[in-house]
Write a protein that binds this ligand. Sequence first.
Ligand code: AHR
Length: 512
Amino acid sequence: MKRFSTLLLALVCAFAATAQPIEVRVLDRATDQPTIAPEIYGQFSEHLGTCIYGGLWVGEDSDIPNEDGYRTDVLEALKALQIPVLRWPGGCFADEYHWRDGIGPKENRPRMVNSNWGGTIEDNSFGTHEFLNLCEKLGCEPYISGNVGSGSVEELAKWVEYMTADNGPMAEERKKNGREKPWKVKYLGVGNESWGCGGNMRPEYYSDLYRRYATYCRNFNGNRLYKVASGASDYDYNWTEVLLKQIGNRMHGLSLHYYAVKGWRGSKGSAIDFSTDEYYETLGKALEIEPVIRRHIALMDAADPERRIGLLVDEWGTWFDEEPGTVRGHLYQQNTMRDAMVAALTFHVFHRYADRITMANIAQIANVLQAMVLTRGDEMVLTPTYHAFWLYRPHQGATFVPTTCSAAERQVTKTRSIPEVSVTASRDKAGKLHLSVVNPELEKEPTIQISFDELNPKQVSGTILHAESIDAYNDFDATNRVGIKPFKGAKITKTGIELKLPAASIITLEIE
Ligand code: AHR
């Protein structure tokens, strides 16, 4: 056994000594590159489990420190992420939500059963005003998901009027409820998952409904709605094709939902207790989003070559089994360095299709699925995924810069492979180049050599997200196991920049 390990060690050392550096080329002379829409770093907040109640909102009378009812710790953490857009109120919840139940004096608001998610009773204390005011506090665009499944055309049309009209009966009612000025609401989802929880419709039928609902959602006083049709789930290309044909340019955007999930039946696996193979398989499934996006985009290119219709991946992220001991149907899961890897690698995919993808919303912002923050009573932790979003902030609204990378592929299942190193780059408005690099490998620590078409780097600084192990996570008794640190390992060479990538790490470099 000992002889075997000595031999193995010798082989590993020999491999390390002979391993070729990975070549990364930054094609920074390329012109006509798309802007990475800031909204690609969007978030999603549903009335589900403790996302809204307990996660974002505790109410003005709570003992938990709050600002106008919003928990202060979460609010501050989210402000630091520079969230561009927040989707609400669902998800499946949206198609059973009646907005009138969530306006006016709180004591008069009816209670409701959240029948999609665990039958939880909600008091509607978080409604339209509370959501839109939250967006103002966060400085982000609201994205309203309208009820097409169980609501009416009139209900949705009036909601738009209530939120955005300057005057008229709906505006008067809003003013009576304490909000003088209309809000600005750009994004409007016309239903959610209309093929499933949003009404189990056929694409032909939904297309007609879309046309009818969208007709009466008006632009008031200079507010311009960007109407989003409820799009396909992952591999349902027929749904996309029919909507493109039947709705066409009547929609501004078409959504797509894709989860990094093992399967919809049976166990989805534990969020924290997984094998090396399961780790790589999760990344393989997450990265399969790329061929899926490519096929939906090919259909869009055929129907809409001028690229007027945007693709919004308005639900994405990991989906594991609920944490043992938590409420069934609340989708509460922990979040490890594996989740951060999924997030970072997925950002790279979104960047590559930035000429068509106008938004993406991770599911979800707090306490649900691949969350940014987890809360328990008055405690809060930032997840590894939160740190991944933080690390990638410089790419928001920057111009995509193409790159090539010589890294090999690792076969993770019969049909899926992942790159051993993945790179993405962008140039911000001030002209600074940011390059993010992901090393998903658990044991390999390759050196990468970065060269440029044009740039002659004078200065480089970096930030790294890395943990002791891939299953490391932050918890209420250990809030800083996974976090961001400065990275000093990048050096300028005669040909560009060189750095050695720690195993399972995510690095963003700022290069001038
Ligand atoms: O994000 C959780 C659920 O996943 C959403 O409510 C639904 O749209 C999707 O199926």
